[in-house]
Ligand binder design. Structure first.
Ligand code: PLP
Length: 390
């Protein structure tokens, strides 16, 4: 089998050469908290990466808190212990969209406080009016200082959420907004200031940096995180204790700089490839549904559902033919779970019948054509089985 076609960039992106080089060099770094020359050199590496990540997301370096990844950044953000500049009130309730990543849905720290789910429409969009309804339900339950979490782009469908309008609705209700922007970074322009969010999460390995680094971006309205996840030293302005993972952070910075520098060209190219792929997938299976096709989406993601298709066995068939794709939500055990995103979009019958193809800057048309060939075989076999059963 000649090589493989890797079409699972939303799970993790191949490491960029620049990120690899920066990571390897930083393996020899000292402790950034040490005052001697070795320590100061390590501090310079971390601060350079901080400036690169800040520039990539439209924030200032002081707003960046490095973490071990997006899962940790989400858990750090989603806690009642957030204090505002104009008072010291804690958050007393949480609203999350139904299509969030499990690190939001299950990783938040609101315990027994009221938590409301924001439904999405059939295109997979959390409408600002629906967010306002969830906020009203929180008020009815006694929560008047809510935190809201809505992702910028969904990892399974690529559907982009109207975050700026949601931010206005949340702020009008006295709330704070957290945005998981993990899948948006490097695929669409990302501007923390322009979004109007108060907190934002990004991850290194989704943009070709090393695994084990991410960041929480903390906006000016959040004065203090009173409940850090890890206590200890005063690193990251006391928001995240522990010696910084200097190699991973250095690689993250290099990846962020490169991803943003190439964004305009890469996004155009990916969009062309995405269309090439989607057209051919649907031509081979006219009954298939392309999720979120009617609304703005990432240029790199195609999710297709087909009644009767087993996503789990299809992923294996693709893998055996040298093509890496994914199905709905992949559990850490490697087992494929039914997609809560597809269910939330009103297609419970398709939650185990959805495949995700996600591409990146080095994907070629030949990679896609190989996937299309496997898809034709898979849907042909399904049609055969259904024909026999009829
Ligand atoms: N949020 C979203 C939208 C994701 O897609 C992922 C990874 O799949 C995460 C959070 C978690 O990222 P990390 O692997 O950096 O913890």
């Amino acid at each position: 089998m000649a090589g493989r076609a890797y079409l699972d960039w939303n799970a993790t992106a191949p490491m960029r050469a620049a990120a690899r080089a920066a990571t390897v060099v930083a393996l020899d770094a000292g402790n950034p908290s040490s005052v001697h020359a070795e320590g100061r050199a390590a501090r310079a590496v971390v601060e350079r990466a901080r400036a690169e990540v800040a520039a990539a997301v439209g924030a200032t370096p002081r707003q960046i808190v490095f973490t071990s990844g997006a899962t940790e950044a989400n858990a750090l953000a989603l806690s009642p212990g957030l204090e505002l500049c104009d008072g010291h009130a804690h958050r007393d309730g949480l609203a999350v969209s139904a299509i969030e990543h499990p690190s939001v849905l299950r990783g938040h720290r609101f315990g027994t406080l009221p938590v409301e789910t924001v439904a999405v429409d059939c295109d997979g969009v959390a409408q600002p009016a629906t967010v306002a309804e969830a906020l009203a339900r929180l008020v009815a339950r006694g929560a008047v200082r809510p935190l809201v979490s809505v992702m910028l782009a969904n990892n399974e469908t690529g559907v982009i959420q109207p975050v700026a309008a949601i931010a206005s609705a949340v702020h009008a209700a006295g709330g704070l907004l957290h945005v998981d922007a993990v899948q948006a970074l490097g695929r669409i322009p990302l501007d923390f200031r322009g979004l109007g969010a108060d907190l934002m999460t990004v991850s290194s390995h989704k943009i070709g940096g090393p695994k084990g680094a991410g960041a929480l971006v903390v906006g000016p309205r959040v004065a203090h995180i009173a409940s850090p996840l890890i206590g200890g030293g005063g690193q990251e302005q006391g928001r995240r204790a522990g010696t910084e993972n200097v190699p991973a952070i250095a690689g993250f910075g290099a990846a962020a700089a490169e991803a943003v520098a190439e964004l305009a060209v890469a996004a155009d190219r990916m969009l062309g490839l995405r269309r090439h792929l989607a057209e051919r997938l649907l031509a081979a299976a006219p009954d298939a549904l392309e999720l979120g096709a009617a609304v703005p989406r990432l240029p790199n993601t195609v999710a297709v559902s087909l009644k009767g298709l087993s996503a789990e066995t299809s992923v294996i068939a693709f893998d055996l033919s040298g093509v890496a794709i994914s199905a709905g939500s992949a559990c850490s055990s490697g087992k494929v779970a039914a997609s809560h995103v597809v269910e939330a979009m009103g297609h419970p019958g398709l939650a185990g019948s959805t495949l995700r193809f996600s591409i990146g800057s080095t994907t070629t048309e030949a990679d896609l054509d190989r996937a299309i060939g496997v898809w034709r075989t898979v849907v042909g076999a399904l049609a055969n089985r259904q024909g026999k059963a009829a």
